[in-house]
Ligand binder design. Structure first.
Ligand SMILES: Cc1cc2nc3c(=O)[nH]c(=O)nc-3n(C[C@H](O)[C@H](O)[C@H](O)COP(=O)(O)OP(=O)(O)OC[C@H]3O[C@@H](n4cnc5c(N)ncnc54)[C@H](O)[C@@H]3O)c2cc1C
Length: 451
């Protein structure tokens, strides 16, 4: 067994947004670090629409000029649509519309530390490559095409193991601590057996890219053209994302529950088209465009970890937690985990103390943020109409927008969420409530406290 030298202070497993941004933060602070990425970038990846809290990270990392130069579509807001003819939504409860067709602009609320009125939709192949190259430019070593096979946490420093070369020779790199940024591969979560599957959110998605999909069909105004569109379907807990990738290319995906999802690949494509057909205008528009990528499906992706850090390790991004992508949260959580996490890593290096407690600020902040996202998503699935009702209500609109902007890390119990939770419970408990028949099939008692 050969142990390569010199060692690094920090070894990062995975070069997606979480690993690359951690590499940027640490390298920028002068820390010797290495990123292991099993793929050769660019590689395609689901998750193309960002939320504005990502901008703080781009600013910290001097990465905004590259984002602008890449000419990614600017995302100024979000639209939710429904087919009024098929869905008997109740209007004018307490004099307010409970219509499920709403839109919101990010510039309606000033966001501390962010001076842009938009965020971005990104081609993840291109974006992930750019960020990983940026980490490398800032001084992080990048070993791409190298798959980490195990980490030895002995009595001393951890050793990250991988195979290299024509003879697949086993190699090892020692470091002071390991950061797991391996995404839904959950490398350390599996090795340490601390992953907890979410038994309630068992969503599946099938998606592709389409050239020539006419986005003007749904845009009420020209300015709405490059928003993200969430189209509600008249099928329980099922929705479609519509995300601009370029002037002509659009990403569309159907998200549904496991029980609705077809088992065979061929049936899944059929399922995609059947779901789309439940909104005839979307189907008609989509049929006129060209699919330019094979369909891809992803499934049963929601989970948590019993710990987000331990002695000499930390998990960032999807490696630590995955929540349903309905509000385009994943990349922002990945980037912000590095924003919060790198501070604890720098302090641990300074003190030469890598005990679990050294990373508790990070763990507490991340848990608070993902709890808020999770509760927000839960309320949405329990009663779609409640979510749009709150957006339409002037009293709550900006508080909901704060969550949609990704500012979820500074308040243990956002009042608007408490209000939403109370209201949906009332609707669930009162069969005579006009919204009772609009409830989804997830109810409050379905959720275990660990989530
Ligand atoms: C259906 C669906 C739709 C989504 N839509 C959105 C959206 O619109 N907006 C959004 O922000 N997010 C979305 N997401 C979530 C988003 O894709 C993720 O949250 C985001 O990619 C997380 O970044 P990450 O760096 O943690 O993980 P990843 O981007 O997955 O990166 C992890 C990297 O680790 C590498 N790796 C894994 N194992 C090893 C190993 N053993 N050795 C070396 N390298 C390894 C992988 O190759 C990968 O490149 C969506 C997710 C799903 C499932």
């Amino acid at each position: 067994m050969v142990i390569t030298k010199p060692d690094f202070d920090v070894a990062i497993i995975g070069g997606g947004p979480a690993g690359a941004s951690m590499g940027c933060y640490l390298a920028k602070a002068g820390v010797s670090c290495v990123v292991f990425e099993r793929e050769l970038f660019p590689r395609p990846h689901v998750g193309e629409s960002l939320v504005p809290s990502s901008t703080r990270v781009f600013k910290d990392l001097d990465f905004l000029p590259q984002m602008e130069a890449a000419k990614f579509p600017h995302k100024f807001g979000a639209v939710w649509t429904t087919d009024d003819k098929k869905t008997p939504y109740v209007h004018d409860l307490e004099g307010l519309s409970a219509d499920c067709n709403v839109d919101i602009r990010f510039d309606e609320r000033i966001q501390p530390g962010i001076d842009k009125t938009y965020t971005y939709h990104v081609d993840r192949g291109k974006f992930d490559l750019m960020l990983l190259q940026h980490a490398n430019k800032l001084g992080a070593a990048v070993y791409d095409g190298v798959k980490v096979t195990s980490v030895d946490f002995g009595p001393k420093e951890p050793v990250v193991r991988f195979n290299m070369g024509r003879n697949n020779k086993e190699m090892g790199v020692s470091c002071k601590m390991v950061i797991d940024a391996s995404g839904r591969n959950t490398f350390l979560g599996n090795q340490l057996k601390i992953k907890v599957q979410d038994t309630v959110f068992d969503q599946y998605a099938i998606h592709s890219w389409f050239d020539g999909y006419d986005r003007t069909v749904f845009a009420k105004r020209d300015t709405n053209l490059d928003y993200i569109y969430i189209h509600f379907l008249p099928i329980s807990n099922t929705w479609i994302w519509q995300i601009p990738i370029s002037d002509t290319v659009t990403s569309l995906g159907v998200v549904t529950q496991k029980k609705n999802f077809a088992k065979s690949k061929a049936d899944r494509e059929k399922f995609f088209w059947q779901s789309v057909a439940s909104r005839p205008m979307i189907e008609e528009t989509l049929r006129k465009s060209n699919r330019i990528r094979p369909f891809k499906d992803e499934g049963d992706y929601s989970y948590a970890m019993k710990q987000l850090c331990g002695d000499r390790w930390m998990m960032v991004g999807d490696a630590g937690r995955f929540v349903d992508p309905i509000f385009s949260t994943g990349v922002s959580i990945a980037l912000n985990s590095s924003r919060f996490g790198h501070k604890d890593v720098l302090a641990a290096l300074e003190k030469n103390d890598f005990a679990r407690e050294s990373f508790s600020n990070f763990e507490n902040t991340l848990r608070l943020g993902t709890k808020n996202w999770y509760e927000f998503i839960t309320v949405y699935y329990r009663l779609n109409v409640l979510f749009t009702y709150f957006i339409n209500d002037k009293r709550y609109r900006l508080d909901v927008l704060k969550l949609l902007q990704g500012d979820v890390y500074d308040d243990a119990q956002p009042p608007v969420l408490e209000k939403m939770k109370k209201m949906v419970t009332e609707v669930e408990q009162n069969e005579k409530h006009p919204w009772h028949k609009l409830l989804g099939d997830l109810t409050s008692n379905a959720f275990s406290p660990s989530f």
